[in-house]
Design a protein. Structure first.
Ligand code: ATP
Ligand code: MG
Length: 429
């Protein structure tokens, strides 16, 4: 259809009065980023909403791109007319002509006079626009409750916007508008989805992955980087921390009771993640736990595992069913990667019967009796490699910030310094 522009509506951020300016700016940056492939498209910011002028860019593709923008609750392709009665009616008739309504189509006009100096009120406009349409299309009947076509007419000072379609957007909060959190990212189905949900809620995420090289292969690591790249394509960029976990796992395997292995590994992961979060000034940890899914995700296990961190531990999937999680994974494009068969560090040491209700005292005792437990954790933190993945890039060209493959320090500049403040999206993409 022949539309001029797309109207973007903010969602939840509208309620957050004092943060509004910051949120709108973050959403604007994100819109700018997704519109980069459409150079003719022009973004117009007005108070409380945004418009994108198409200027000949293909509407379907532009709408598809805009539906990825977090904080946008819905979109409508609109036609714009000068705010005078005659052109408004004419444009309404054009819009109806393009919709080509069939027999028994129900219809109503919903006019809104936002510009009070306009001479006709909202009710009056319903009739002034509706009557000529009904004359031209006798097959239409009016239904004010649940019409097939609802023609919206918004009269504003700068122009009048006409639309009938309301397309759902990604919703949530604008990127990085709610602070920074560390995502524990495995190669599974769940944690990438948890990461997406966190992004959608306006968290800036950094991924932490524990690997057991050489027990786990390069391909297993590559798979996780590929998953992180998918998240980076939504987020603009993502910092990934690769933590060597082999020593810790091997020692736990030697020294600790077999049935507590998973609990102990998870606690070690939480401890290391908490330290990395402190270094990176992140305010929460995120995991892909879903209640009851496996032994480590019972309430009893979650209790014993969660105790080792003071940070809020966010579990966006906790009440979701597996099929719901899979549906989102497919939608966001992580599913096909997640089901690749490469082993994860934890599958290597899976005990025959992991405890579903670990005893906190026994777990703590096992940790205390490992003399160098603390040193092992510190060593893992110190040997962590970090890199930055950027939207549209590839893990092969990631910017390495630390670790053996460290590159020229000047390349680290994009990622900022450790004391960099979160929620700065100006130079995000
Ligand atoms: P997933 O599909 O996310 O791997 P899962 O159902 O396999 O989840 P677990 O293996 O019990 O569940 O892992 C629970 C959570 O612990 C994961 O969602 C993830 O957040 C974290 N986790 C597990 N293994 C790792 C790892 N190797 N590196 C980082 N985080 C991990
Ligand atoms: Mg897993």
């Amino acid at each position: 259809m022949n539309y001029d522009m797309i109207l973007l509506r903010y969602g939840e951020l509208a309620i957050k009065g004092k943060n509004r300016g910051r949120f709108e700016k973050a959403a604007y940056q994100h819109v700018k980023f997704v519109l980069a492939p459409f150079p003719q498209a022009k973004i117009i910011r007005v108070y409380g909403r945004m418009y994108v002028e198409l200027n000949g860019e293909p509407i379907e593709e532009v709408v598809g791109a805009l539906r990825r923008v977090f904080g946008i609750v819905s979109l409508s392709p609109v036609k714009r007319a000068p705010s005078e009665l005659e052109p408004i009616v004419e444009t309404a008739l054009q819009l109806m002509a393009e919709m080509n309504p069939g027999e028994n189509t129900t219809f109503k006009v919903t006019a809104r006079r936002a510009w009070k100096a306009f001479p006709h009120g909202s009710q009056e406009m319903n009739h002034l626009v509706g009557a000529p349409i009904l004359r031209q299309y006798p097959q239409l009947t009016v239904d004010v409750r649940k019409p097939d076509i609802e023609l919206h007419v918004e009269v504003r000072e700068e122009g009048t916007y006409l639309f009938n379609e309301v397309i759902p957007g990604a919703g949530g909060f604008p990127l990085a508008s709610n602070g920074r959190a560390m995502l524990l990212l495995s190669g599974g189905i769940d944690s990438p989805v948890a990461g997406y949900q966190a992004l959608r809620k306006g968290l800036e995420i950094e991924a932490i992955h524990f690997h057991s090289y050489p027990f786990t292969s390069e391909r297993a690591k590559q798979k996780v980087l590929d998953l992180a790249q998918v998240l980076a394509n939504y987020a603009g960029r993502i910092r990934v921390h690769l933590v060597p976990f082999t020593e810790i796992q091997t020692r736990l395997h030697q020294d600790a009771p077999d049935n507590l292995m998973i609990t102990l590994m998870r606690r070690a992961m939480m401890r290391i993640s908490t330290r990395l979060a402190e270094q990176r000034k992140a305010g929460a940890l995120i995991s892909g736990d879903s209640l009851g899914q496996v032994a480590s995700q019972t309430l009893g296990s979650m209790n014993v595992i969660g105790r080792v961190t003071d940070l809020p531990l966010l579990r966006p999937l906790v009440t979701m069913d597996k099929n719901e999680i899979i549906r989102i994974a497919e939608q966001i494009g992580t599913y096909d990667l997640s089901i690749l068969p490469y082993e994860d560090c934890c599958t290597l040491f899976v005990p025959k019967s992991p405890s579903t209700n670990p005893n906190l005292r026994v777990v703590e005792y096992a940790e205390h009796s490992m003399k160098d437990y603390e040193a092992l954790l510190e060593a893992a933190v110190a040997q962590t490699e970090s890199l930055v993945l950027r939207a549209g890039g590839s893990p092969d060209h990631a910017i390495v910030l630390s670790g053996p493959e460290r590159q020229d320090a000047s390349q680290a500049e994009v990622s900022g310094k450790p004391d960099e403040q979160p929620a700065r999206t100006d130079d995000w993409f």
